[in-house]
Design a protein around this ligand. Structure first.
Ligand code: P6P
Length: 321
């Protein structure tokens, strides 16, 4: 089997971009080990502080953030990075190259109960010759030059795109990423939807209509029965869709009417939307492609509906009436 190093060596993209991917991949090997050590290492539970999202930080949120930050600081083509766990950006002092945004441990509320979690990352072009500012990160998702996630589950996998399709690597016992899933392709149709049903009374009409159609199954207009999954770990739900299709929804809801959604645009919505589109799926915030959203703040949130193209098209049509 080819390794990630073999894959990158043979890839036409620029050497400095490949160095960024290698730096992220290397950090994820370490994160996998720390996550799998769990209670043995005494890293579970709360860190006793809140992050910029006003959410309680887990110890592993802080530990994994530091691991990925350290790896990027040491990677020459990285001009700066932003993390879900950091209030603002960190500039490395180098100019040009790339910006990286990341969620070091997505789904960390699952970590204490041993459910799959993951790392999500996005790579953007850095401005060529200026001191870095937060607004340099506020590029639409279409400007990404690479994105990916690591999923720490029964297997640890790295799933990434360098803008020519999506490829999956599985971490071997010896710590090597082996190419196990070439050119991942998401089925256009599905019988599986993922949403947190406990929020049903808060959704807007189009989402309620779409989910009601799935629940009606063969007895309704869809003419087929659906299954439901909700891991409450975006990386795990998206990975399932990458492997067998489906539709994932975290829509706007009226609990916080001024908030577009729960998930973050720059390091959850955009990287996942790029991967989904590169694998033949679609990713919208309801009406428009997530990748076309113009960010206005580093930690802004976005509504997310992504997955099998024909299902997302249905939601887009319902939202457009
Ligand atoms: P809820 C994890 O906290 C996360 O950000 C995503 O990974 C996940 O899809 C979502 O929130 C789960 O949210 O409201 O179902 O707990």
């Amino acid at each position: 089997m080819n390794t990630l190093d073999d894959f990158l060596k043979g890839h036409p993209s620029a050497a400095d971009l490949k160095a960024v991917i290698a730096a992220v991949a290397s950090a994820c090997v370490g994160i996998s080990r720390v996550v799998s050590a769990g209670a043995i290492a005494g890293n579970l539970g709360s860190a006793g502080q809140m992050n910029v999202q006003a959410e309680e930080q887990k110890q592993l949120d802080v530990i994994t953030n530091d691991m990925l930050s350290d790896s990027l600081r040491k990677c020459p083509p990285v001009a700066g990075f932003a993390s879900e766990e950091l209030d603002t950006i960190e500039a490395t002092g180098r100019q040009g190259g790339f910006l990286v945004t990341f969620d070091p441990l997505d789904g960390s509320s699952n970590i204490d109960v041993n459910v799959s979690v993951g790392t999500i990352f996005s790579v953007l072009p850095a401005p060529p010759d200026k001191l870095l500012e937060e607004r340099d990160f506020l590029l639409p998702g279409r400007r990404q030059v690479a994105a990916g996630y690591a999923i720490y589950g029964p297997q640890t996998m790295l799933v990434l795109t360098l803008m020519d399709g999506v490829h999956g690597f599985t971490l071997s016992a010896s710590g090597e990423w082996l190419l196990t899933h070439e050119r991942v392709s998401i089925p256009k149709d599905t019988k599986e939807f993922a949403i947190n049903m406990s929020n049903q009374r808060h959704w807007a009409e189009p989402i309620r209509t779409y989910v009601d159609g799935c629940l009606a199954g063969k007895t309704g207009e869809r003419g087929k029965d659906f299954n439901m999954r909700w891991v409450a770990s975006m990386v795990a739900d998206v990975h399932r869709i990458m492997m067998r299709g489906g539709v994932f929804m975290y829509p706007w809801d009226k609990r916080e009417p001024d908030r577009p959604g729960k998930l973050r645009l720059m390091y959850e919505g955009n990287p996942m939307a790029l991967l989904i589109e590169q694998a033949g799926g679609e990713a919208i915030n309801g009406r428009e492609d997530i990748l076309d959203v113009q960010p206005s703040a580093l930690h802004e949130r976005v509504a997310v509906v992504l997955g099998s193209a024909n299902e997302v098209k249905l939601v887009r049509n319902l939202s457009s009436v």
